[in-house]
Design a protein around this ligand. Structure first.
Ligand code: UDP
Ligand code: MG
Length: 328
């Protein structure tokens, strides 16, 4: 129903959201290329930079870019992580559709017109999908492969497309649905796949990072993977319950057998069961932790201030710093 808005309105609006964490080395090149591409679009646009607690010159650069009409910056109070920074962008963008793009030029801005074309001709979500992972190390390739296999095994009744980065356009209908989702834990890849809608995957070559460093170490990726499982699926809990039952029955049979031949030595069995139970408790702890962060209702991010002119006030404000309220 919302799709007709883009069709009805002669000039729909696109919000381009760029999350930045210590990107001063690459930002000037990125901004120049982005603005050059956006100027060629036939639709209206705004650029929403989200400064995710950068400690380098990123904020000073963004402040300069915000002098241009249509460019704004949400300055978060600290580094909350990319997923939270993306939520800030979703909350404050005012366009009909959103487009996420990384600041490090791994996602070529020149592909934006193609994505917009697919949106205007009927796709609700345009996902950019890496053509290959040849630029990745073999360990990253293997872990990514296993990760998507696991995700799709765990996800109920929907697919998490492999090798789809955060470089995507989200049209009005899925955007409204996303804004209506109350959960705190935001695992964007999974949530957007869960939404459904008319989705298209376009292959693209992901460039190597043009300058600066990736913020994702192996530990951060494992963390994101676990968050993804906790956010998407309760299957591990169910499997554990079934496995526990099977092991319980098998152990009983074994012990009775051993007793009947008078060689009862249950030590190894008991040790095995204890280890198994420990794994179960740890798993329950993880789910409980995930539940706790939902129940706590803490904001996903905090805004320190807002730079640049907003086209209009957002309809979905998140808690903001009092200083920001004074400014506007
Ligand atoms: N980013 C962010 N907050 C973070 C980490 C990353 O806003 O805590 C931004 C970063 O500035 C970049 C994008 O997210 O624009 C992707 O980060 P990165 O290039 O480090 O990830 P990779 O491409 O290696 O997966
Ligand atoms: Mg990158």
């Amino acid at each position: 129903m919302n799709r007709s808005r883009a069709e009805r309105s002669p000039r729909p609006m696109l919000s381009v959201i760029v999350c930045c964490y210590n990107e001063a080395k690459v930002l000037p090149f990125f901004h120049k290329r982005l603005m050059a591409v956006l100027k060629t679009l036939s639709i209206r646009y705004e650029v929403v930079y989200v400064n995710d607690g950068s400690r380098d010159e990123t904020l000073a650069l963004l402040d300069g870019y915000c002098q241009t009409p249509g460019v704004r910056c949400l300055n978060l109070s600290r580094n909350f992580g990319k997923e939270a920074a993306m939520v800030a962008g979703i909350d404050y963008a005012v366009g009909d559709a959103l487009l996420f793009i990384d600041a490090d030029l791994q996602d070529p801005p020149e592909l934006i017109p193609l994505m917009v074309h697919h949106w205007l001709t009927g796709s609700d979500i345009v996902n950019m999908q890496r053509r290959s992972r040849l630029s990745d190390t073999s360990s990253k390739r293997i872990s990514a492969h296993l990760y998507y296999k696991l995700m799709n095994f765990l996800a109920d009744k929907f697919d998490v497309p492999a090798d789809v980065s955060d470089f995507r356009l989200i049209g009005p209908a899925p955007l409204a649905a996303l804004r209506g989702m109350p959960e705190r834990t935001r695992f964007m890849k999974g949530l957007i796949s869960w939404l459904g809608f008319n989705t298209i995957e376009l292959p693209y070559d992901r460039e190597p990072r043009s300058a600066g460093l990736s913020k994702w170490g192996p530990l951060a990726l494992i963390d994101l993977g676990i968050e993804g499982v906790l956010a998407l699926s309760r299957k591990p809990l169910r499997w554990f319950s079934l496995l526990s039952l099977m092991i319980f029955i098998a152990t009983m049979v074994l012990i009775i057998q051993q007793m009947s031949v008078n060689t009862a030595n249950a030590h190894h069995v008991i040790m095995g069961i204890a280890a198994f139970i420990t794994v179960g408790i740890a798993m329950i702890g993880e789910y409980l932790g995930a539940t706790l962060s939902e129940v706590r209702q803490r904001p996903i991010y905090l805004l320190d201030n807002l730079l640049g002119e907003a086209p209009e006030r957002p309809e979905h404000p998140c808690p903001i710093h009092p200083r920001e309220q004074e400014n506007h």
